[in-house]
Ligand binder design. Structure first.
Ligand SMILES: Nc1ncnc2c1ncn2[C@@H]1O[C@H](COP(=O)(O)OP(=O)(O)O)[C@@H](O)[C@H]1O
Ligand SMILES: [Mg+2]
Length: 257
């Protein structure tokens, strides 16, 4: 099968800042690609370009071997591409289920749907199923989000996106601001999302966890790909060198000894 989802030779500038300078990247279905890089390297710009928030100045977004023009995030959503942002767009006072179906409630069939009655049974079973595939099974979907831990909330945000995604899930720093156990829970969820057959691209600063869960590691440096290799065989040291540039100054030899 051709590469599921990616970009080809993408350039994107903001005024005189060249955020992306000829980036090509492909993520297959079932694969987790970790997108790493120093602050300002262009990671978020790349993800926003892949989900229709930004349009590339040149180059293209590619879906199953053909270029697609994504004019908005809604457009990307219609192509089965969903994003989970670091700042969670969940409503704390609503339940898990209400959050998952926020703005996309399932109407009842027939006239009941036409007068605005919602199919609560369908929403309940779908949200339970979504959560079950993630790492927070066993939590009732009627629980309100403000009673959940940070990791559980992130899992709900992922569940919400996964229910709609048919091609790709993009995550921008999903474990930022989470503790160790909570980060593990989110990573478990990400692994399950990939196992379900989506192409997964995840931005993170957590090199060790990414080495553990990602199939491939891609490093962006000043808007260009500095490394794109299978994670097996890579070390944190190699990745950091790619992030900082191979030309990182070697420490001066100690004098006078
Ligand atoms: N909307 C924007 N307007 C102007 N400059 C931007 C905008 N978004 C990003 N940039 C600039 O583009 C570069 C890459 O930013 P970004 O993609 O956010 O990097 P990262 O996510 O890797 O930290 C930075 O120099 C940043 O200041
Ligand atoms: Mg960013």
């Amino acid at each position: 099968m051709p590469e599921a989802f990616g970009v080809r030779n993408v350039f994107k500038s903001f005024g005189h800042v060249e955020a992306l300078r000829g980036v090509s990247l492909a993520v297959s279905r079932g694969e987790i690609v970790a997108l790493l890089g120093d602050n300002g390297a262009g990671k978020s710009t790349l993800v926003k370009t892949m989900c229709g928030v930004y349009q590339p100045d040149s180059g293209s977004v590619e879906l199953d071997g053909s270029s697609v023009r994504l004019t908005s995030s809604y457009d990307a959503s219609d192509h089965g591409i969903e994003v989970v942002y670091q700042d969670l767009a969940l409503v704390p006072d609503l339940s898990i289920q209400e959050n998952i179906f926020l703005a996309r409630e399932i109407p009842q069939t027939g006239w009941r749907g036409l007068i605005g009655l919602l199919d609560k049974a369908a929403m309940s079973s779908q949200s339970e199923k979504a959560l079950e595939t993630l790492a927070i099974r066993g939590v009732p979907t009627s629980v309100s989000v403000n009673e959940l831990s940070g990791g559980q909330r992130q899992a709900v945000a992922i569940a919400r996106s996964v229910l709609r995604a048919t091609t790709a899930l993009l995550l921008d720093e999903p474990t930022a601001a989470l503790g160790v156990r909570q980060s593990d829970l989110v990573c478990d969820s990400i692994v399950r999302v990939a196992e379900s057959g989506l192409a997964v691209l995840v931005i993170s600063h957590d090199l060790e966890r990414m080495l553990r869960i990602a199939t491939r590691i891609v490093v962006l440096r000043r808007g260009q790909i500095a490394l794109d290799e299978p994670s097996a065989g890579l070390t944190v040291k190699r990745i950091v060198e790619a992030m900082m540039g191979e030309t990182a100054p070697t420490p001066a030899p100690e004098l006078g000894k």
